[in-house]
Design a protein around this ligand. Sequence first.
Ligand SMILES: Cc1cc2nc3c(=O)[nH]c(=O)nc-3n(C[C@H](O)[C@H](O)[C@H](O)COP(=O)(O)OP(=O)(O)OC[C@H]3O[C@@H](n4cnc5c(N)ncnc54)[C@H](O)[C@@H]3O)c2cc1C
Length: 355
Amino acid sequence: MTDPVQNAPREPIPAEVVIIGAGPVGLFQIFELGLLGMHAHIIDSLAQVGGQCTELYPEKPIYDIPALPICGAQELIDRLMEQAKPFNATFHLGEEVTEVQRQADGKIKVGTSAGRLLLAGAVVIAGGVGSFQPRRLSVPGIEALEGKHVHYRVKAAVDFHGKQLVICGGGDSALDWTVALADTARSLTLVHRRAEFRAAPATVARMRELVAAGKVQFVEGNVVAHHVANEDLVRVEVQGPDGENLHVPADKLLAFFGLHPKLGPIAEWGLELERKALKVDTEKFQTSEPGIFAIGDINTYPGKKKLILSGFHEAALAAFAIQLHLNPGKRQFLQYTTTSPIMQKRLGVASVAEH
Ligand SMILES: Cc1cc2nc3c(=O)[nH]c(=O)nc-3n(C[C@H](O)[C@H](O)[C@H](O)COP(=O)(O)OP(=O)(O)OC[C@H]3O[C@@H](n4cnc5c(N)ncnc54)[C@H](O)[C@@H]3O)c2cc1C
């Protein structure tokens, strides 16, 4: 496979600070940097912000965020986005950071899977448990069809219109797309290893109606093989609970088996690791490489607790350390948002405070 980072045109973007990971802790880092007058670019491999909160438990209530006795996980992310808004961070979503490398001039080169290149004064890794990757089909040779005939997410629904579609999975994504694409596909077969589904009951009920109406075919089993003609997918074989293989015509296969976090490229940037986490000090939350900081679930130090509130504290201290890193020797002042005119100006609340 070609490496898009090597082949894409690479116009480097100068950046004061680059944050890797837009989970709750990365989002709060935008705010803490902004209060001290620094601008951030923030990159996440997912198409949306929120990290584990959005990806794994958006509906669940969180009870241990200070001053919020109860807060939905997605609500927390929405609030963090609102709080970070005055600082106009630049978001690069759906791009995995694949390389982080110090340059001769001390700047840090950050490269993404989309071929984007940034030259940063400082980097904050807020990568959590790693970047979320789709669980892939374990069918020999099927990876060669990824992107053209085999997909793990829908970028544009129109790509699937008029197609002989096979959708694999039994959760919300599989069922949502089955319902959404049933009317426009030439044929649609839903394949799941059992007849029970983990999706919202209303969506399951709608899917069953579509099956009853003959718009969707449901096959219990697993895709075990695929057949290609002239490099195009033509059908898949589904092994049922009886061990028999059923041949299903298919020119597009969508698989939704959930996501799993992978430390991925972070492990290859030459930073000191301890049990898959980045070692940091507790004064600056700096890694073994000056100018590269790590906060949130990705870091480790004596007494580390993987909690959102610990990550918030780490983001505050890292912001001070980054300010010093970018302006060595300059005196730092602790200012309160309640009373600091410059912070209020940055927050865009100066006029409110004057009243
Ligand atoms: C079910 C559940 C319930 C929880 N409940 C609580 C609770 O009640 N209270 C609490 O304090 N904590 C709770 N947690 C833990 C909490 O969610 C984590 O501590 C928190 O999400 C960590 O935030 P983070 O920003 O460090 O990382 P994450 O939320 O993991 O976000 C990291 C982001 O970095 C991105 N990323 C990683 N590598 C790359 C890369 N190379 N390029 C681009 N992007 C990358 C990932 O895609 C991800 O979006 C819970 C966790 C789970 C799973």
